[in-house]
Design a protein around this ligand. Structure first.
Ligand code: ADP
Ligand code: MG
Length: 496
């Protein structure tokens, strides 16, 4: 695994009309904290309730209501910080970020500004080609989500739904270390994997539980950073890539025409594949940040942080390293298997479930090539697989014992996938056993030799013709002849 730390020499350049450009990207990811209750109230965070059903007096900002911090949300933020190998700040402060919006009844958002709960950390990002690089994390802070304005229910009225109001978000800010749309997508993918392993955010982008503000600028290779634009609330990995590409092209065109980029907040329109201006960029001082007088500074006990650290699950990078070391997997295969915690667990159940230790590489190949391929075709994921790790383990055992060939194993897998059943019983019942009875194989070989004197003459002159005989004999045996025995018998009879 090669790990490179930014900044590096530019590699992924975009060629414009007047020469090459490099795109620079930094991300602010908003991840909804997995918790039952909101950040400062006991109201439910459940998705999809009737409008204004999960709203306490605090979330509706009734006068005189006081926020009370939810310890579990803080624990989730700290776990995430630990998972990002980040600095945990034992003292942090909640500030009011003041702005007006109809779905923000307080008139401010409680957020963290100068003293966030988590400081500098890192994410190791894996690219599809197997290469890895490190992205710096600047900070992670806790903040409240806003409510939702609804404009499309009535031609004359707008509505406000406060169910989301006050739900805890983690804003995870990266350094501007990303250099292409592909890197930006891979970064969010990896970050989401880490959050899911930790159980601190479900990463469901369709529900808006994970969304990214994508900051994009362009520069000549090696030049200082250019002025950036921030594309707000991009809610799918694919759109993140498209937004980066569209925005980089737009900026390059302006610069090549002799114009300048003005710093602004933009929106990505997926149907048009372009970004459009939303508002000019506000500065931090526009929000009149000040410490929330209703909340004391958040002080964490070092022992409490240590305890959370001691209970972290094994994270994807560690798991990948272990899969490579313990099972002899390639970094690529290990990366595929650890991308979801459920797939990694499934693989381990195949490789050594029920106390049977199997060949790791064979298990990985079967899971990745046969099972994932088949599940994909069906549009299902591992959690709804009709085939259990135990059944795959049994198929692998049948191959390893020489009871079935790997070709027959594919047929067997298909039967088990569609009809279920114990693989050993299926093999017996359907006569799928590999023929290792040498007499039976000899009989087949003798017949083929007798029927094809011309081919026999050819193979004696050109031994690579042997493949033709193997193919014929396999066919005649219904694919069940033991390949090694067949080869040996053919060679002996043909005298090659
Ligand atoms: P703000 O507080 O105004 O949102 P920050 O300095 O916190 O600005 O940066 C926000 C995000 O913008 C970070 O993810 C950072 O990496 C990214 N960023 C900063 N400068 C640039 C740049 N020149 N090009 C692209 N992204 C940038
Ligand atoms: Mg910001």
């Amino acid at each position: 695994m090669t790990v490179h730390v930014r900044p590096t020499e530019p590699k992924k350049l975009i060629s414009g009309a007047t020469g090459d450009w490099e795109v620079v990207i930094g991300m602010e990811v908003h991840a909804q904290v997995a918790s039952n209750a909101k950040l400062f109230s006991g109201a439910s965070t459940a998705f999809g309730g009737p409008p204004n059903d999960h709203v306490s007096l605090v979330d509706a900002a009734m006068p005189g209501m006081l926020p009370v911090i939810n310890q579990e949300c803080v624990a989730q933020a700290v776990r995430t910080g630990l998972g990002l190998k980040a600095q945990i700040n034992l003292i942090s402060v909640f500030d009011r970020k003041n702005y007006f919006y109809p779905d923000l009844p307080q008139g401010y958002q409680i957020s963290q500004y100068k003293q966030p709960v988590v400081g500098e950390g890192e994410v190791i990002v894996d690219l599809p080609d197997g290469e890895s690089f490190t992205v710096g994390i600047e900070r992670l802070h806790l903040e409240q989500d806003a409510g939702k304005s609804i404009h499309d229910l009535s031609p004359t009225q707008s509505f406000v739904d406060l169910n989301r109001s006050g739900v805890a978000l983690m804003e995870i800010v990266s350094h501007p270390d990303l250099r292409s749309a592909e890197e930006a997508k891979a970064y969010v993918t990896k970050l989401r994997t880490i959050l899911r392993y930790l159980g601190t955010c479900d990463g469901d982008m369709e529900k808006g539980n994970l969304r990214a503000d994508v900051n994009v600028s362009v520069r000549r290779p090696g030049a200082p950073f250019g002025t950036r634009c921030e594309i707000k609330n991009v809610n799918s990995i694919r759109f993140i890539g498209q937004a980066v590409e569209a925005e980089a092209r737009r900026q390059i065109e302006i610069l090549e025409d002799g114009g300048t980029i003005s710093q602004e907040t933009r929106l990505f329109d997926p149907t048009k594949g372009e970004t459009r201006s939303m508002r000019s960029k506000e500065e931090a001082h526009d929000y009149r940040y000040f410490p929330d007088p209703d909340l004391l500074p958040l002080v964490l006990k070092p022992e409490w942080v240590e305890d959370l650290k001691g209970h972290l699950p094994e994270l994807p990078d560690e798991k990948k390293a272990r899969f490579i070391a313990d099972y002899g997997l390639s970094p690529y295969d290990a990366g595929v298997l650890v991308a979801e915690r459920e797939t990694a667990a499934y693989f381990e159940e195949v490789a050594e479930g029920g106390g049977v230790k199997r060949d790791g590489k064979a298990a990985a190949n079967f899971v990745i090539n046969e099972l994932f391929g088949r599940l994909n075709k069906e549009g299902r994921d591992i959690t709804s697989s009709p085939v259990t790790p135990h059944q795959i383990g049994a198929i692998l055992d049948l191959i390893a014992e020489g009871t079935i060939s790997s070709k027959i194993a594919k047929d067997l897998f298909e039967i088990v996938f569609t009809e279920g059943g114990d693989p050993r019983v299926v093999v017996e019942a359907r006569g799928m056993k590999q023929v290792t009875d040498l007499g039976a194989i000899e009989k087949v070989v003798d017949e083929i030799i007798a029927k094809n004197p011309d081919k026999v003459a050819q193979v004696q002159a050109k031994p690579t013709m042997l493949g033709w005989f193997v193919g014929q004999a396999m066919k005649a045996s219904g694919g069940k002849a033991n390949p090694q025995a067949l080869n040996d018998i053919l060679k002996a009879k043909l005298g090659i």
